[in-house]
Write a protein that binds this ligand. Structure first.
Ligand code: GAL
Length: 657
């Protein structure tokens, strides 16, 4: 049970120290509880190896703490200093084009560098010794946004050496590697681990198991790097929560695994910044240009809340226009408040705004903040003040387990990227589309990973899970949930091979289907899926030719194998032989929810309803007023039964008298 806590990201090193005390006072006046600092300060704290300049940071922490703020300290490993790079140039990451990515911005390190790993441990130890027991330091952030600027996959010499060691460890013998990778194909067998190179810069596509193993190796390096700092902080800063700020839309490493080592799964929420590059239709991009797509933030909140076992913080919340997308529009007035309440409704314990004052120099000058660069309050400060006062009207609350969970598997996302068959296969995007489809039917959602406890759900939806291990299949069999399973599930083994019994491999008994062939169609194909009630929906892209004795829910109308099964239902699972989108997806999701008996609430596309314990929230992402149903037992704590554009209403149900 918790009330919403509020915070801000602060860069005192960029401002004259005469401002610090007043900044702290104003933060408290605005209702902020937390201040996150220091994630890019290594070069300032240790300007030369072994020379430490702590004084200014000591002073900042005292000023903030004495003003009544709790400090989230950061380890500064996202920006190694120039002297360190000069000492060990091998720390730098290498792009897939083989070019070294240099010093002068940030994240210029390779996760595979053993030197950097030990330097990161060393500097984390210095910071933790200095501040680990400081009474004002109440939490830690490790590093900053692991995959920012695409830095998880690095093709350096260190990566090659590390990958070879990882392979030797995984396979034990080169014969085993050759068999598993199937290097007999194109005669690419190896005679020792030292011959194996990284899967970039090749003439044609890399061997898929080679590429998947490199993705797994790279993900393991992130976990190891994070874990090394967790261990330092656990020892030297007991009692403080440890977090990392994951990114929205990042799937390049296994976030389930990294989150398992943290206390809080944090993430950075920039709902507008990612809109234009999304696959939404232009008309939707236009409609949500100043709000962000209604489910974009919610998706990440629910995903990371689930990974944090209920503990999720927004560590950076967009305050106004950002500076890093192709185009950077202003959010509509009201959206910073809406996003903040929506994060809370989806389970956030705290929301921290990025950043306190807009920068006057260097890279992010156009990025807005709570304050303008002259110190005057910008729109986000006005909305923050409103949230800070509204939160006092709410009772404490916590999210409860949902009835429906989405199974999200990072390895399957990498696998589908490596072996797409359909170049436009939506892959990670499928998860967002299914999430949005379910949310628009009024369903609250959890996420689960393949290692998680699956019990207690009525329905588990599996949009894309190409690799299904025997363990996962056994868990799915043993849990009580009904399953909605998307195409190509179980189509590869852990080794990236076709299962002996063909797809869906380990899911054959649960689904009662056998996939005889797959094809992928271009958009111009104009083929349809025909449901049992006679309605028809266009589909394109991935299609499977299915053999089954189970109940047919829909079939294909096609110029090839007309009438072949498109949707099949067994007693435990609905299986889809294509990737439904748009209206077809809504029909499929509705079918599954009706089957399980979960009630659906359809509402305007701009409206989202979310529950957090006894509190219910409604958010209006559109430009028109949204009336809520006239329910007498609702007691509104914030807003009312008609929600203005970009507005929020929060209520509890009272017993009818
Ligand atoms: C984040 C990053 C911050 C800042 C912000 C700007 O990705 O963590 O340091 O650059 O973007 O929106």
């Amino acid at each position: 049970m918790s009330r919403l806590e509020l915070g801000v990201c602060y860069y005192p090193e960029q401002w004259d120290r005469s401002l610090w005390r007043d900044d702290a006072r104003r933060m408290v006046e605005m209702g902020l509880d937390w201040v996150r600092i220091a994630e890019f300060t290594w070069g300032l704290i240790e300007p030369e190896r072994g020379q430490f300049n702590w004084g200014w940071l000591d002073e900042v922490i005292s000023i903030l703490g004495e003003a009544g703020l709790r400090v989230m300290m950061s380890t500064p490993t996202a920006a190694p200093p120039k002297w360190l790079i000069d000492e060990y140039p091998g720390i730098l990451p290498v792009g897939s084009d083989g070019r070294v990515r240099g010093f002068g911005s940030r994240r210029h390190y390779c996760f595979s560098s053993e030197v950097y790993l030990s330097e990161a441990r060393r500097i984390a130890t210095e910071y933790a010794r200095r501040y680990g027991q400081n009474p004002y330091v109440r939490a830690w952030q490790i590093d900053n946004e692991y995959n920012d600027h695409d830095t998880v996959l690095s093709y350096s010499g260190a990566a090659r050496d590390g990958f070879r060691r990882w392979l030797a460890d995984r396979y034990g013998s080169i014969e085993k590697l050759n068999n598993t990778w199937g290097t007999v194909f194109w005669g690419s067998a190896y005679s020792s681990f030292d011959q194996v190179e990284l899967p970039n810069g090749l003439v044609a596509s890399a061997n898929p198991t080679h590429a998947l193993d490199f993705a797994r190796y790279s993900s393991d390096r992130v976990r190891l790097f994070n874990r090394a700092q967790v261990d330092v902080l656990r020892e030297l800063s007991p009692g403080r929560d440890i977090t990392h700020n994951f990114m929205a839309g990042s799937f390049e490493f296994d976030h389930h695994a990294v989150a398992a080592d943290l206390d809080i799964a944090g993430f950075d929420s920039y709902p507008l910044g990612n809109l234009l590059e999304s696959t939404l239709l232009d008309e939707d991009k236009r409609r949500y240009l100043r709000t962000g797509a209604p489910d974009y933030q919610g998706f990440h909140c629910d995903l990371y809340r689930s990974q944090g076992s209920g503990r999720m913080w927004v560590l950076e919340q967009q305050p106004g226009p950002v500076d890093w997308a192709e185009k950077n529009p202003s959010p509509a007035d009201g959206m910073v408040r809406l996003w903040t309440w929506a994060a809370y409704a989806h389970g956030a314990q705290a929301v921290m705004f990025f950043r306190w004052r807009q920068a006057k120099f260097a890279q992010e000058q156009f990025h807005t903040a709570l304050l303008r660069s002259d110190g005057s309050p910008d729109q986000a400060a006005v909305e923050l003040a409103q949230v800070a006062s509204e939160r006092n009207t709410l009772p404490l609350s916590t999210r409860v387990r949902a009835q429906v969970a989405i199974l999200l598997d990072y390895e399957s996302i990498w696998a589908a990227e490596i072996l797409p068959h359909d170049a436009a296969f939506p892959n990670a995007q499928i998860y967002r589309e299914w999430y949005a489809g379910l949310r628009s039917l009024g369903i609250d959602l959890d996420f689960v990973g393949t290692g998680d406890d699956l019990s207690g759900y009525a329905l588990i939806v599996i949009p894309q899970c190409m690799i299904v291990s025997p363990d996962l299949a056994a868990k799915l069999r043993a849990c009580q949930a009904k399953l909605l399973i998307g195409a190509r599930a179980g189509s590869k083994t852990n080794d990236m091979h076709t299962p002996q019994n063909l797809a869906p491999g380990e899911l054959a008994d649960l689904t009662g289907v056998r996939i005889l062939r797959v094809e992928s169609l271009p958009d111009l194909a104009q083929e349809t899926v025909r449901l049992q009630d006679g309605t028809k929906h266009e589909f394109t892209g991935w299609r499977e030719i299915v053999e089954t004795n189970e109940t047919l829910i829909a079939s294909f109308s096609s110029t090839y194998r007309d009438g072949s099964p498109a949707i099949v239902r067994s007693d435990r699972a609905i299986y889809l032989a294509m990737v439904p989108r748009g209206a077809l997806l809504q029909a499929v999701l509705t079918e599954a929810l009706n089957w399980v008996g979960i009630p659906i609430t359809e509402s305007s596309p701009d409206l989202r309803i979310t529950r957090r314990g006894d509190l219910q929230f409604a958010f209006n992402f559109g430009p028109d007023e949204q009336p809520l149903p006239d329910v007498k037992t609702r007691k509104y704590l914030v807003g009312a039964s008609v929600i203005p554009p970009f507005g929020v209403s929060i209520w509890v149900e009272e017993a009818a008298t």
